[in-house]
Design a protein around this ligand. Sequence first.
Ligand code: AMP
Ligand code: ZN
Length: 495
Amino acid sequence: MENKLYIYNTLSREKELFIPLHPPFVGLYACGPTVYSDVHLGNLRTFTTFDLVYRYLTYLGYKVRYVRNITDAGHTTNDAGDEQDRISQRAQIEQLEPMEIVQKYTVGFHQVCEEFNLLPPSIEPTATGHIIEQIEMIERIIANGYAYVVNGSVYFDVKKYAEKYNYGKLSGRKLDELMAGTRELDGQDEKRFFADFAIWKAVPPEHIQRWRSPWGEGTPGWHLECSAMGTKYLGKQIDIHGGGMDLKFPHHECEIAQSVGSDGIEPVRYWMHANMLTVNGEKMSKSKGNSFLPMELIKGTHHLLDKGYSAMVVRFFMMQTHYSSTLDFSNEALQGSEKGFNRLCEAINLLNQFSEQNFQNSPDNEHDEEIKNRIESLSTNMNDDFNTPKMIAVLFDLASYVNKIKHENLVINRNTYINLQTSFNTFFTDVLGLKLESDNDNNVTSGLMELILEMRKDARDNKNWTVSDKIRDTLAALKIQVKDEKDGATWNKLR
Ligand code: AMP
Ligand code: ZN
C-alpha cells in the first residue's frame, strides 16, 4: 500500500509520514468519556475528530482496531482522595447506584454517537472491567522502582523517573516551572515530590466505588486505565493515541511515564490532539456553565440558539475547521454551515438524478481534466494531516461543476461523471461521515408538519371546523403543540 498520509505528531511537534508498526494493521486509541453526566458538544468534537481519523485510515485500506474507553471508575478531583469521586457524587444527587449513573450516561453517550453518525469503536473497554490489568501494571511499576506505597496509596515517583527519562516531553512542561505553579494541595504530604501522582488511591469504607488490591481497598488513578487498556488491546506500542488538547497534561504525559515505567517502551508512535470547542473564545465546559448538549442543538432548545440544526449540519460545521484549530461556536457559523451542507446535498442529488446514459464515452476535454485534478486533491488534502476544511472547499468546487452540467450545459464524459459520483459518495459519506438530509427522519417530519399546518390553515380559512378540529386533536394526542404567530403557525414536540 502506497502511503502518503502525514500526521502532526504532538510529541515531535512536526508533521510526520504515517508508518504503522505492523501494516496493514493500525492501532488507534482515543480517550473516551467519563460517564457521570451527558457529553457536551465540546466532547463530541473530540470524538468526531477520532471518528474521522478512523474512517480515513479505513478508507486508505488499513485494518484499524479502534479502541475508545469508557471511564466508569470515579476519580477524585484531588489526590488526597478525601473528596467524593464524580460518579459517586452524581449517584448521591440522583439517588442512584454509581453503576446506574454509569449505565445511564453510557447509553446517552451511545445515542449521541449514533445521532451524529460516529462509527462504534472496535473495542469499548471500561475502567472497572480492567481493575486486574491496572493492578498488574502498578506492580510492574513498583518492581521497576518508579512507584512507592504510602498508607495504602501508590504514587508514581516522578523525580526518580525524571533522572532517566524526560517527564514533560509531550506537553513541553518543565518540572521546575510546574513546581512554581503548584499550590499547597491536599495529599501533598503523602507524596515525596510535588509532581508525583497517584496510581492507586486508598479510600475510606464509605467510598462506594472501591476495589481490593495488594495495598488495601482503593481505586485506580485516572491516568492508569488508558495505559492498561491500551496495552492490553493494542500492544505495548500503539500507532495513534489521541484525545482533546486538555488531556496532553497531565493525563497523556502520565500515561507515557506509566508505560515507560512499567514496560520500558515508548507507548505511542503518533500522538494526536484535537483542539477545543469554544463559546465566545472560552473553552466549552460543564463547570463554566457554557456547555450545550448535542440534543439541545438539534431541538433548538438552548437559549443561545435561534433554531435547531440537524446532527449532520453540526457534524459538517465541525468538519469545516481543522481539528487542530479551536472552533468557536456561534449561530451565524452554524447558519453558514447549514447553507453549505445543503449545497453539497443538492449536488449529490443532481448527480444521482443523472445517469450514465446522459454522458458520452468521449476523450477528456479541459473540464474533465480540471475535475480529475480536483478529485485527486480530495485525498491530497486529507493526507495532509486530515485537512477537512480544504477537502470540503474542493467538494464545493466540484459542486459548482455539477451545477454547470445541469444548468449551463457543461459537457463532461462518462468516466468523469462516474468518478464524480463515486468521489462524492466516498468523501462526503464514508470519510466525512455525512448523510444526505433527505435520508433524515427529522426532515421527513418537518416536511409532513408543514403540509399538515397548511391543510389546517386551509380548513380554518374555509371554516371547515370538522377537519381543523381533527387536526388539532390528533396533534395534541401526539403531544405536538402548535402556536399561531404573525407569520404563520409554528410547532414543537412537548416532552
Ligand atoms: P471527559 O469526559 O471530561 O474525560 O472528556 C472527554 C473528551 O472530551 C476528552 O478527550 C476531552 O479532551 C474532550 N473535551 C472536553 N472539553 C472539550 C472542548 N471544549 N472541546 C473539545 N474537546 C473537549
Ligand atoms: Zn485516557
